[in-house]
Design a binder for this molecule. Structure first.
Ligand code: ME8
Length: 510
C-alpha cells in the first residue's frame, strides 16, 4: 500500500541553520505526526543540498575540502532535526551515491530521448545566484544587487527542453487546482507562465564549477544545482527500484515561497513529465519569517539561531510558537518578546498551570489517585459540550493546514478548563463538611484530568514531548493514534496514580 509521503526542501549547505529552516522542518513534522496519528502510514524526508558554486566558495574560504565542509554542515542540520524532535524517516545528502546515481540516470534518459541538447550559450551569469540572467532581469538598466557581480559569458552548454512543455504545464495547473496550496500561489505560477519559457541550461563547465555531479554524457560538465537538488525527492525513495511505487508520487512537497517559481512549479513538473515519472500531488508553500519587520539576512546581522531558542524555551515551546504564530502561506514576524509572551501566557499560565493544580491538589489525596467524577452540574456540562464542539473543528483545521486556527480553537477549550477550576475552587470545596461539596471537589479534579488528557491528544503533533510528560504525570502512556482518544470519556484516567509535581514551562529570565 502506498504511504503518505511528505518532504521538506533540502537546505543549502552554505551556512548554518536559521529559523526559516527550523520552521519548515517543524511544520512538515507536525503534518507528518498528524497523519500518523490519523492512521496513515507516513514517510517523511528531509535533507541537505550540498553541491554548487556557493558551497564550493564557502569551503574554499574556510580552507577545507567541500566534502569536509559539507560533513560539518550536515552534522548541524541533523542535530537541528533531533533538537526539534523532527520525526523524519530519512535524511538525504546530495553527495551520497544513491542520489548521484539517480541524477545521472535521469540525465542520461532525458539525453537519450532527445530532451537535452548542446548549444552555445551567450549571456550573463550571476555567480552569487548561480544563475544565467537576461536583459529583463535588469532593474532601471542595472543588475539588482542580489545578483552580485554579473559577467558576460559565451560557452558551449547543455539545455533541457522546457519550452515545449509550457502549454502542457499550463493545462495541468488549470486542471488540478489542488496542485498548489494556498490557492493564490497557483495564480502566481500561471502569471509567470504568461511569458515564453526559455529552455533550461542544465550544465556548468567544470573549469568554473567542480563541485557537482558530472553529466554522464559529457564529463567536462557538471549538473546545474537545481536539477541535481530537485531529484532528491525521488532518489531518496529508490527511483528505479521496486519499492519506489510504495512512496512516489509524493503527497506534499513543503517549500518556502521563494522556491516555488520556477524550480518547484515549473522545472520539477516538467523534468518528471519528460522522464515519464508521475508528478507529486501537491506543493505546500509557506511564507517567510521576518525579523521585527525586516528580511532575515547575514548582511543585516539579524539571523536567528534556532539552537539558542530551543535551548531557552525548550523544543516543544518553540514548535508551539512557530505553529501558533504562522498562518501557513502568509509571512510572519519573529520577535523574542512574542515568543516569551506565548511561552508565559499560553503555555505557562493557561496550560502548564492546570497540570500544576491537578498535581498539587491530587497529591494531597491519600492514595494520589485521580478521583472518579460522580456528578455533572452546569459547569461540568459546559466543559463537556465545549469539547464536543472543539475537537472536530480542530481536526478540520489541522487537515486543512490551518494549524494556527486549530491551536487557537484548542486554547479556548484549555482556558475554559482554568475558568472551570476558578468556578469550582476544589481547594475550598475540599475543606467543606458537606458531602455534596466533597463530591464536587473530586469531580473537579476528574474533569481537570480529562481536560488535560484531551488537550494533550490534540497537542501531540505539535508538542510531542510535553504531551508525553502530561500523560506520564497522569499515569498514562502517550498516544499513537487519535482513534478512541478524542471522545469525551470522563473517567478514563480515574484510579491512575498521579506523578510527582513537574513544571512543564519553568520561568525564564528575559
Ligand atoms: O532554497 N522563513 O535552500 P535554502 C521561512 N537548497 N522559510 C525560509 C526562510 C525564512 N526566513 N528562509 C529560507 C534552498 N526559508 C534550496 C532548496 S529543494 C530541492 C532545494 C526556506 O537553504 C526556503 O523557502 O535557501 C526553503 O524552503 C528552505 O528554507 C531551504 O532554503
Amino acid at each position: 500500500m502506498k504511504q503518505f509521503y511528505i518532504t521538506t526542501a533540502i537546505d543549502y549547505a552554505n551556512g548554518s541553520p536559521h529559523i526559516g529552516h527550523a520552521y519548515e522542518k517543524v511544520l512538515t513534522d507536525v503534518i507528518a505526526r498528524h497523519r500518523r496519528l490519523s492512521g496513515d502510514s507516513t514517510y517523511f524526508l528531509t535533507g541537505l543540498d550540498e553541491h554548487g558554486q556557493k558551497v564550493q566558495q564557502t569551503a574554499r574560504k574556510e580552507g577545507v575540502e567541500p566534502i569536509d565542509y559539507c560533513d560539518q554542515i550536515a552534522e548541524k542540520f541533523q542535530r537541528l532535526c533531533s533538537t526539534l524532535l523532527i520525526s523524519n524517516d530519512d535524511f538525504i545528502r546530495t553527495t551520497q551515491s544513491r542520489h548521484k546515481d539517480v541524477v545521472r540516470k535521469i540525465l542520461q534518459d532525458l539525453f537519450d530521448k532527445g530532451e537535452i541538447y548542446k548549444a552555445d550559450y551567450q549571456g550573463f551569469y550571476s555567480k552569487r545566484q548561480e544563475q544565467f540572467l537576461q536583459e529583463k532581469d535588469k532593474v532601471n538598466g542595472e543588475w539588482p544587487e542580489i545578483f552580485g557581480e554579473v559577467e558576460e559569458v559565451s560557452e558551449p552548454a547543455y539545455f533541457f527542453k522546457l519550452n515545449q512543455y509550457q502549454d502542457w504545464l499550463i493545462k495541468h495547473l488549470k486542471e488540478s487546482d489542488d496542485f498548489i496550496f494556498p490557492r493564490f500561489r497557483q495564480k502566481q505560477v500561471l502569471e509567470f507562465l504568461k511569458e515564453p519559457l526559455n529552455d533550461l541550461c542544465i550544465s556548468r563547465p567544470k573549469e568554473r564549477l567542480e563541485w557537482g555531479i558530472p553529466l554522464p554524457f559529457d564529463e567536462d560538465f557538471v549538473c546545474y544545482v537545481w536539477f541535481d537538488a530537485l531529484t532528491n525527492y525521488i532518489s531518496a525513495v529508490g527511483y528505479g527500484t521496486e519499492g519506489f511505487a510504495d512512496k512516489w508520487p509524493a503527497d506534499f512537497h513543503v517549500i518556502g515561497k521563494d522556491i516555488l517559481v520556477p524550480p518547484h512549479a515549473v522545472y520539477w513538473p516538467i523534468m518528471l513529465h519528460a522522464a515519464g515519472i508521475p508528478l507529486p500531488k501537491s506543493l505546500l508553500v509557506h511564507g517567510w519569517w521576518n525579523i521585527s519587520g525586516e528580511k532575515m539576512s547575514k548582511t543585516l546581522g539579524n539571523v536567528v539561531d534556532p539552537f539558542v531558542l530551543a535551548e531557552q524555551v525548550g523544543p516543544d515551546a518553540l514548535r508551539y510558537f512557530f505553529i501558533r504564530e504562522m498562518n501557513v502561506g502568509q509571512d510572519s514576524d519573529f520577535s523574542a518578546d512574542l515568543l516569551l509572551s506565548r511561552y508565559k501566557d499560553d503555555l505557562g499560565n493557561d496550560f502548564g498551570n492546570q497540570l500544576n493544580r491537578l498535581l498539587s491538589l491530587g497529591g494531597k489525596l491519600p492514595n494520589k489517585q485521580i478521583p472518579q467524577a460522580t456528578i455533572e452540574e452546569q459547569p461540568e456540562k459546559d466543559v463537556r459540550e465545549l469539547w464536543e464542539k472543539t475537537y472536530p473543528q480542530v481536526i478540520e483545521y489541522y487537515n486543512g493546514f490551518l494549524f494556527h486556527r486549530g491551536l487557537e480553537t484548542l486554547w479556548a477549550f484549555i482556558r475554559k478548563g482554568n475558568a472551570y477550576l476558578e468556578i469550582r475552587q476544589p481547594w475550598k470545596l475540599a475543606k467543606s463538611e458537606d458531602p455534596a461539596d466533597q463530591e464536587r471537589a473530586r469531580t473537579a479534579l476528574a474533569y481537570t484530568a480529562e481536560i488535560l488528557r484531551l488537550a494533550s491528544v490534540l497537542l501531540t503533533p505539535v508538542m510531542p514531548e510535553i504531551s508525553k510528560r502530561v500523560f506520564a504525570a497522569m499515569g498514562a502512556d502517550s498516544i499513537t493514534n487519535y482513534e478512541g482518544n478524542l471522545e469525551w470519556d470522563i473517567n478514563r484516567f480515574a484510579g491512575n496514580v498521579l506523578g510527582e509535581r513537574t513544571i512543564l514551562f519553568p520561568r525564564i529570565e528575559n
